[in-house]
Design a protein around this ligand. Structure first.
Ligand code: SF4
Length: 482
């Protein structure tokens, strides 16, 4: 496998500030909101990484209360995952199912949350009982919500209960207000909803980056694979973008509770808001760390240039790429969806990161995609990614080697609120069932759909001579060249 050299002259010239806007109707949607409960509180910044309180909200009883963070929580349950599991343990019984009111969704940024001196500190952990297993799941996500929650005064957010109407939880960390609002006419899908809510709750244009929205989409209500989109406002593109808490179906729990969205309005972010124990050492080490990333990334990880999608060709070279429901580990068409393509297609004029100061900057964006299908056909959108999981799960594993269709699939999974990895894996499985005649298009279970990929004939030919138990096969054309 040769080292991929970045050639700026090959980057597609796409205007990354252009896309379809969805702000029509904002005022009517806002007017339909009804305040169900409002409390005031005293916003605070973290001290040594902790605000020392968490926020509990019950969307059924409308109870909103602060809880203290104990020293035991910090010592034993350190980190976002620890706090999430601690709260979940205290909330549920052994008999609790995912769709019981006592099941919780806990969002917790850890103690290093929001530090701009290190890559990756925008992350939060989301914990709940999964609808897929009824046991705890944690999902790791970027975007602005976690740090803005922390800088609004809370180390974690617990959501419990089930509402009988669609609601939005708004935390205003600038004014010290928390509101539960009924949201009867809000849009359903994330790319529309988050754009509207970001503009609805920002007081002016300069305030847009202080807003983050957690939402899901239509498919989360009709499947067990719902995910959560955590938004971040991209100042260069002047648009709302997303990172996803994908695994485990937490978006399905979210909609089962009838939560339409969570909105936080935090303070303007600065480099010292986390107030770490030893800021001088943090600053010194951070400079060294950023320098190493900048100097070495281009010859090692390529995260700054390609994001996680740079792994596609590595996995293919080592025969580990999921292809056609993991029947193969490589594919001759992989060059159509590997880094050599994404380096041209993703906007490279701008350093992408989903939190301030992240020099890893792996949150790539493909701008200017005009959708060819579905209810948003004809709209021009920015697709977040593709990440490796999307290129491999929605692409090679489903036999999709047309990058525009891969991006379109990525877009619809995101805005409909379903996990791309799970969707890709399920779809690839069903396609193999179709390939092997277990399903066919006369079956009522496929509703007449032909579940085949663009390379079905080659796939069929190969599969017909391959025992059904055989996995990790090489495609003949690749094998012949090795
Ligand atoms: S840009 Fe990438 S590395 Fe940086 S915080 Fe976001 S997900 Fe993490």
């Amino acid at each position: 496998m040769s080292q991929l050299v970045f050639d700026p002259s090959k980057v597609m010239n796409i205007d990354y500030t252009k896309r379809t806007e969805y702000l029509d109707g904002l005022e009517a949607i806002k007017a339909a909101h009804k305040v169900l409960k409002e409390i005031t509180y005293t916003p605070s910044l973290p001290d040594k990484g902790y605000t020392n309180r968490t926020l509990y909200v019950n969307v059924d009883t409308l109870e909103i209360k602060e809880k203290p963070v104990t020293q035991t929580m910090k010592d034993v349950f350190i980190g976002g995952r620890g706090f999430g599991l601690y709260h979940l343990w205290n909330a549920v019984k052994p008999t609790t199912r995912w769709n019981d009111p006592e099941n919780e969704i806990i969002i917790s940024p850890g103690p290093v949350s929001g530090m701009t001196q290190y890559a990756g500190t925008g992350k939060s952990l989301v914990v709940s009982l999964s609808p897929q297993t009824d046991i705890p799941i944690d999902s790791n996500v970027g975007g602005f919500y976690g740090p803005l929650l922390k800088f609004s005064g809370f180390d974690a957010l617990e959501l419990q209960g089930k509402s009988d109407k669609d609601v939005i939880l708004f935390i205003d960390g600038q004014k010290g207000i928390i509101r539960i609002e009924e949201a009867p006419t809000d849009p359903v899908d994330s790319h529309v909803l988050a754009e509207i809510l970001t503009h609805m709750y920002a007081e002016n244009e300069a305030d847009l980056p202080n807003i983050s929205v957690v939402s899901t989409g239509a498919a989360a209500e009709h499947s067990l694979i719902g995910m959560l989109n955590f938004s971040f406002y991209d100042r260069r593109r002047k648009c709302v973008r997303f990172k996803q808490a994908g695994r485990g179906g937490i978006g399905t729990v979210f909609r089962n509770k009838r939560i339409r969205a969570l909105v936080v309005r935090g303070p303007k972010v600065a480099g010292d808001l986390n107030h770490p124990v030893d800021p001088e050492t943090i600053a010194k080490t951070g400079v060294k760390y950023h320098k190493e990333i900048r100097e070495n990334d281009g010859t090692q990880c390529m995260m700054r240039r390609n994001g996680t999608a740079h792994i596609v060709e590595i996995m293919d070279a080592y025969d580990l790429l999921p292809v056609h429901n993991f029947q193969y580990g490589s594919h001759p068409d992989v060059h159509k969806i590997d880094s050599s393509y994404w380096q041209q297609r993703c906007t490279q004029h701008t350093v992408d990161g989903c939190w301030y100061g992240c020099s890893m900057a792996c949150a790539k964006g493909a701008d200017g995609l005009v959708l060819k299908t579905g209810p948003y056909k004809g709209d021009m959108v920015t697709v977040d990614g593709p990440e490796y999981e999307n290129a491999a799960g929605l692409g090679s594993n489903c036999g999709v080697f047309d990058p525009d269709y891969l991006l379109e699939l990525n877009f619809y999974c995101d805005t409909y609120g379903i996990c791309t990895i799970t969707y890709g894996t399920l779809t690839a499985f069903v396609m193999e069932c179709y390939q092997r005649g277990i399903l066919n298009n006369t079956s009522s279970r496929t509703a007449g759909a032909i579940l085949s990929s663009s390379t079905t004939s080659a796939w069929r030919t190969r599969a017909s001579s391959t025992p059904s138990t055989c996995r990790r096969n090489r495609w003949p054309s690749r094998a012949a060249t090795r």
